[in-house]
Write a protein that binds this ligand. Structure first.
Ligand code: G4P
Length: 531
């Protein structure tokens, strides 16, 4: 296959949602449609259940499963679809943000009763920053939820994106009769069915035909006509270019658990979603059709077997063709590496591959050479940009409980940070390690892994910081002033960048006012220093 054909064929995307909206269920149904799995329940286990907060064996088991299901590839309608899994648990949101740098588009799942939830807003913020094309699937229409128009308004106002319905629900909950496909002008009649893929499509070429009244009943038919008229009046016609630019999100309605509305979503997805896109580097943009291979690491997964310190680095291929057993340059280390066993993932199966193309994600066995954000290429000097790091929400100081094991602790915590488990800020005096996370679960995972994988015991002491802000300025005198005045609240991130640990949002605002030439950033990009 030529590179160009391979690129045209690929669609690499992620499914995101607030926990419980139906991401796992939808993923599973897409895999069923794609023939990648044969029965429901196969993906389900990939979830870290809320109840598992302190069940470490469970976490370990989940980590194992999530390696296998990190990328789920299948063929559908002549396309190779790569779904990149994102952790549902909110404490691992940072992992999700990074995975979003490796996809070319996103399907956002919304629960029709809950509408836009906290996690949805954050995830969409990342998509907007990167102008990622988004399709929205409003799920659980078999249950009573918010009015569909109200939901669309909420999506527009809370997520700051224009929407355009491409299907429309006929009733909801007990009155749910199906969805009208606005473009193909047909109705998919609803029947609750959790296991089989079956459709009952009725073509309605003329909405005014009495056929519609016979099919739905007079009242629902009249309502549907009214609603569709409103849609045509209120929303602009769907324009693929606007979708690809990240300016408008097409919306589908359905019920994932009942396999309903999923095929409409998938069929439209393969028609409109983007093929692999290029990425920015510190020396210009790399496009997929560039002849030379390049890619970046967006996720690192420690191996389950603590006796072997090897890990899997997940590499997204941006350009050219990756080949097994070929030397590539690890730009940060300025060293050449070759990979005898690169793996691809097909639903639950891993297999060694000989070659991979733009849009593909492959697993590289690693003995500690990779960090998140690393670039591999054919020998050039550029590095990919844009793996963001967000201000953590919780901060705790790491204390060593066994002075004899300080080397192990040091090594362990550094490796866990390379994996992106949390963020570490170093404070002086005394090289104090402040660990920042999105949720409490990450502290528990770190303590458990330091103990089990590195033999180091630690404890965490909570710090009452509100936000970590990366600071930049052209005014050296003001910076020097600020660093002196706030010495107790200054730390450095792992790349040596200055970070201000603000105790409250008020104190942050005061600092912004008092030091107008300093910019306080709530996100940073991983700026990897070359060795
Ligand atoms: P997540 O990955 O986004 O966290 O959500 P997940 O798919 O696990 O779905 C959360 C719950 O919502 C599950 O129920 C799932 O069965 C249910 N669900 C998903 N899609 C629909 C739908 O279209 N309609 C209805 N009514 N429910 C839906 P659970 O009780 O948590 O799990 P389970 O015991 O059913 O597996």
């Amino acid at each position: 296959m030529s590179n160009q054909e391979a690129i045209e064929k690929r669609r690499t995307f992620g499914i995101i949602s607030h926990p419980d909206a139906g991401k796992t269920t939808l993923t599973e149904k897409l895999l069923l449609f794609g023939g990648a799995i044969q029965s429901a329940g196969a993906v389900k286990n990939n979830k870290i259940k809320k109840t598992a907060t302190s069940d470490f064996m469970e976490i370990e088991k989940q980590r194992g499963i999530s390696v296998a299901t990190s990328v789920m590839a299948f063929q559908y309608s002549g396309k190779q679809i790569n779904i990149l899994d994102t952790p549902g648990h909110k404490d691992f949101a940072e992992d999700t943000f990074r995975t979003l740098t490796a996809v070319d588009s996103v399907i956002l799942v919304i629960d029709c009763a809950n509408g836009v939830e906290e996690q949805t807003e954050k995830l969409m913020e990342v998509c907007r920053m990167r102008k990622t094309p988004v399709i929205i699937f409003i799920n659980k229409m078999d249950r009573e939820g918010k009015d569909p128009f109200e939901l669309l308004d909420e999506l527009e106002s809370s997520l700051n994106i224009n929407v355009r319905p491409l299907t429309w629900p006929i009733g909801m909950g007990d009155r749910f009769q199906g969805v009208y496909n606005i473009y193909d002008k047909n109705i998919n009649v609803f029947s609750a069915n959790k296991t089989k893929i079956e459709k009952d499509i009725v073509s309605i070429s003329d909405l005014n035909s009495p056929e519609l009244d016979t099919l739905l009943g007079e009242k629902p038919a009249a309502e549907l006509r009214d609603e569709l008229e409103t849609i045509e009046g209120v929303y602009n016609p769907f324009d693929r270019e606007d979708y690809l630019a990240g300016d408008v999100a097409p919306v589908f309605f359905g019920s994932a658990v009942n396999n309903f509305g999923v095929q409409e979503l998938l069929d439209t997805f393969v028609r409109i979603s983007p093929s692999p896109r290029g990425r920015d580097t510190d020396a210009g943009r790399m496009e997929p059709d560039d002849k030379k291979f390049s890619g970046f690491v967006f996720k690192i997964h420690a191996n389950l077997d603590p006796k072997h310190r090897d890990r899997i680095a997940f590499l997204r291929i941006v350009s050219g063709k990756f080949e097994r057993n070929t030397f590539y340059k690890h730009v940060r280390l300025n060293k050449k590496f070759k990979f005898p066993n690169p793996t691809s993932f097909m639903a639950q199966d891993k297999s060694v591959i000989d070659e991979a193309f733009p849009g593909d994600v492959i697993g590289l066995y690693d003995t500690g050479n990779f960090k998140i954000g690393d670039t591999l290429n054919e020998g050039e000097n550029f590095m990919f940009k844009g793996i963001p790091s967000f201000s953590p929400e919780l901060f705790q100081e790491l204390e060593n409980l066994d002075p004899l094991k300080s080397k192990q602790l040091e090594k362990g915590i550094n490796q866990l940070m390379d994996e992106g488990v949390a963020q570490m800020f170093i404070q002086q005096p005394g090289n104090r390690k402040i660990i920042g996370t999105v949720g409490q679960l990450q502290f528990e995972v770190i303590a458990y892994r330091l103990d089990h994988e590195y033999g180091a015991k630690c404890r965490f002491v909570p710090k009452g910081y509100h936000k970590a802000c990366w600071i930049t300025t052209d005014n050296d005198a003001q910076l020097a002033d600020f660093l002196r005045a706030k010495a107790n609240y200054i730390a450095k991130d792992k790349d040596g960048n200055h970070v201000f640990l603000a105790e409250t949002s008020f104190l942050l605002q005061m600092a912004e006012k008092d030091y107008p030439d300093i910019t306080f950033h709530k996100t940073s990009e991983f700026k990897l220093e070359r060795v």
